[in-house]
Design a protein around this ligand. Sequence first.
Ligand code: FES
Ligand code: MG
Length: 590
Amino acid sequence: MSDKTPKLRSQAWFNNPDDQEMTALYLERYLNYGLTREELQSGKPIIGIAQTGSDLSPCNRHHIELSKRVRDGVIAAGGTVIEIPVHPIQETGKRPTAMLDRNLAYLSLVETLYGYPIDGVVLNIGCDKTTPALLMAAATVNIPAIALSVGPMLNGWFKGQRTGSGTIIWKARELHAAGEIDDDGFMDLVASSTPSVGYCNTMGTATTMNSLAEALGMQLPGSAAIPAPYRERGQISYQTGKRIVEMVNDDLRPSQIMTREAFENAIVINSAIGGSTNAPIHLNGIAKHLGLSLTNDDWQSLGHKVPLLVNLQPAGEYLGEDYHRAGGVPAVIGELIGAGLLPHPDVITANGKTMAKNCEDLRTGNPDVIRAADAPLVKDAGFINLKGNLFDSAIMKTSVISKEFRDRYLSNPDDPDAFEGRAIVFDGPEDFHARIDDESLGIDAHCILIMRGAGPKGYPGGAEVVNMRPPAYLLKQGIHALPCVGDGRQSGTSGSPSILNASPEAADGGGLALVQTGDTIRIDLGACTADMHVPENELAARRAKLTNGSIDAPESQSPWQEIFREKVQPFSEGMTLEGAAKYQDIARKH
Ligand code: FES
Ligand code: MG
């Protein structure tokens, strides 16, 4: 390195003594809206704010306001801000699914962070897929990065009861199907759950992924749970802006924070918070972009035996404001450290201190909302990873199995972890909606509902549709859940005990392509197996009738869907794009 070599990568654009002509060209256009040469040439870190808030993205829209406080913090610490538009991802607004956009937002942010003069970045996370998309991009480019949650909405209320976003829709759907509320009642009940700016106030995928961004060490301690409208949200935005400048000065990079140990901590913390079944897809994907291996077996071996401490809907009672007031993620981590359950308390976090230093003295501020580690809500709260001839890997959150469900399916004293049932197979969500109430299917309380054609290639992007309601006539009889299996996903706001994210999917040669309505399915939650009891020769005959051993996927509706389907890896592999992982650390390599 010569003494002429600029220290910050932005100076290669704005102050390169070896190429005055290009420097002038790069510089002049960023002056045209009022930045000064002093801001761009005096060695101040250029901090990108990866802006995911927009009118299209209501969950993250409050980031537009919060970014003003981030900017104040950056400037106070001696940096300059360039705000970066990120491809929008709104979980509830995007057809066919926002999951399809996670990898697109990732790709575009990688190009932006790599190709422009950015020294460090604040990642505006919030709505479900914004968090993994931005962490994946930070992992690939590997410039200093810090995440900032937009924060959950305030608690929703209806007639004196908490109504949680997402979760309430499952309840409203049942009430509506059973004829207990009309269309207007349905709308009013659902809308009561969204009283302010912010992301879902339940322990859905958003609260999960924002909590895990903190658990990975990528946010300031306490940042994840602060509700969006609270004053502390603006205050932590300011602190985040200040801190990213220090991180650039210290050259503290995502690969130094998001280590294998940090992911192992995050798996444990995910169990303790009752995190979403989408988390393994996203964390396995983020890890892959850091060159780390993280598999669904790791989720079972590290996470299954961890107790559930956080009493939030859908598994529990409370909502986001309660979670924050009880101490949020730092209180959960403090409880886990106190009980000796956090595997790696000494990992470094975004504030430059260890997880232990940040959290070890903290405990729950309200044991109803965040349980003490010795008084958990559920003992073994993590996921199991099922395998068999239906798929190589599928995730199940056993902590949400209800007593009703347990009594009906898991009551055989000789075989307490296993049940068998007759398969009812649906090819995608449209088929399910068209036929679920068809009485000729003869669905009874001993059937297992199977959804296929809902994975990354089949849907595409993977639909959140595996948690299928029973037919209306069974609901009226008081049967609220049937076992569900599928190659799609389930909303993190649903509390159903479904077997999800089956990989490989039916549209990619998975065993689900072969199952037929009427087959006997055996699920053993102790042995972690799921099999169709169909002879091998019959399975081979069924496979021979299929194109490439897979079910046909519908035509792509857009260019991105086609590219996505060509490159996408299974859910168990993080649903990443084939070949993307080799670009890790590109800002330093090129
Ligand atoms: Fe955006 Fe839940 S829909 S956070
Ligand atoms: Mg979702």
